[in-house]
Design a protein around this ligand. Structure first.
Ligand code: FAD
Ligand code: UDP
Length: 364
């Protein structure tokens, strides 16, 4: 079999590359996917009660990258959606991320914006060099808020102490000195009107794109002649684990359908201190679907299972650097995506990486 371009993985990275090659270069491309569906971790589907769920956890599109927003808008319309999260602390539901409302509810106060700034400045711990996620939180909000909101959630999510995690993890959560309770700051936010799978199907709807599902690329790659391999799977697997197995954090998603129209007050409720799960998502509140029942998803983080989160620690980065040396030497392979680059990328970053990689590919 001859294909100029082979793509391993039909997630967002792989499909963006496939779409660009098929449409702009008008070349044939074979996508090999080991799961039984396209979309990778953004895959969504209707469950037996007819409720649209995100099979691999809640996905909310948000970006400041106009190019990425416009690119994906070729394949979907967006519901005007601003994500909101509540967190369950000391028996109360309070807004996340930390805003003026959060501080007032947490301490039963009635401070204005500048008083909250002063309050947080008084709480903040002076740290000379911010090296870890724990330093980030302590230096911004102090010990009490760190312990109530970040410490145990992070231990549950990652299985290690925040003092062992890179600064980037807790830095994902903004601290706001105003009353804006939206979860994300980004200019463009939304949910695909008909879901992520429909968006992915449109990306793949080109006769130049052939998709082989339920197939590990290693089973077939020896029988295919190709010029370029675009690889979006795990890098350690690509190199047969020669520098050891990379660590990932996995999640066990447990779905429950309730015979009520509404389950909770926000699309996502975080549980930093109580219960073994980190958060509960009520999917109808993301998708705006109308239904007389509702499906919720609980997230139980775990060490074994599908590799969802690359581990942002010093040791893991050092181990990945050994693979990066190998990757640089490849002349026919392009590595992109959350698994292949071992980075905690959001969807927009993955699409940006793929669009940029495509521009490079065109120029060689
Ligand atoms: P993937 O989606 O992992 O796709 C890689 C594909 O390669 C998979 O389908 C896999 O089966 C396939 N593959 C791997 N190995 C092989 C092989 N050997 N042979 C064949 N196929 C193979 N981002 C946001 O922007 N907003 C959010 O709200 C958000 N929420 C998230 C929540 C959770 C719980 C998780 C885990 C991630 C979240 N993300 C979110 C991140 C988002 O899921 C990723 O950025 C994006 O899906 C990554 O796309 P990808 O193509 O790089 O990887
Ligand atoms: N986090 C936390 N408490 C919260 C929410 C988040 O401690 O209530 C920390 C935790 O370490 C988490 C990180 O902030 O892994 C990033 O949170 P985000 O909501 O971005 O995680 P994701 O949606 O990527 O799982």
């Amino acid at each position: 079999m001859d294909f100029k371009y082979i793509i391993v993985g039909a997630g967002l990275a792989g499909l963006t590359m496939a779409e660009r090659i098929a449409n702009e270069l008008n070349e044939k491309v074979l996508v090999i996917e080991k799961r039984g569906h396209i979309g990778g971790n953004i895959y969504d589907s209707y469950n037996e009660d007819g409720i649209l769920i995100h099979n691999y956890g809640p996905h909310i599109f948000h970006t400041n990258d106009r190019g990425v927003y416009e690119y994906l808008s070729n394949f979907t319309k967006w519901n005007d959606f601003w994500h909101r999260v509540l967190t369950y602390v000391d028996g109360n539901l309070i807004p996340m991320p930390i805003t003026v409302e959060t501080i007032n509810k947490l301490y039963n106060l009635n401070l204005n914006c500048s008083q909250v700034e002063e309050f947080l400045n008084n709480q903040a711990v002076a740290i000379e060099e911010i090296k870890t996620s724990k330093d980030v939180a302590l230096s911004k909000v102090g010990k009490d808020i760190y312990e109530k909101i970040f410490e145990t959630y992070t231990k549950k999510q990652w299985g290690i102490d925040p003092s062992e995690l890179d600064t980037s993890v807790i830095s994902r959560i903004p601290i706001r000195l105003n009353r804006d309770t939206r979860y994300f700051n980004d200019k463009y936010q939304g949910m695909p009107t008909h879901g992520y799978t429909k968006m992915c199907e449109k990306m793949a709807a080109n006769k130049n794109i052939k998709i082989l599902l339920n197939t590990d690329y290693k089973e077939v790659i020896g029988q295919i002649n190709y010029d370029v391999l675009i690889y979006t799977g795990a890098t350690d697997e690509f190199y047969d684990y020669k520098h050891g197995k990379l660590s990932y954090r996995s999640i066990n998603f447990v779905f429950e359908t309730k015979d009520v129209e509404e389950y909770q007050q926000a699309p996502v409720v975080n549980y930093p201190n109580d219960y073994d799960y980190t958060r509960i998502t009520e999917y109808k509140k993301l998708t705006e679907q109308k239904h007389n029942k509702t499906t919720i998803g609980k997230e139980f983080p775990c060490a074994e299972g599908e590799p969802y989160y690359p581990f942002p620690t010093k040791e893991c980065k050092a181990q990945f650097a050994l693979y990066e040396e190998e990757m640089k030497r490849e002349s026919k392979v392009i590595f992109i995506g959350r698994l292949a680059e071992y980075r905690y990328y959001n969807m927009d970053a993955v699409v940006r990486r793929a669009l940029d990689a495509f521009e490079n590919l065109k120029s060689i």
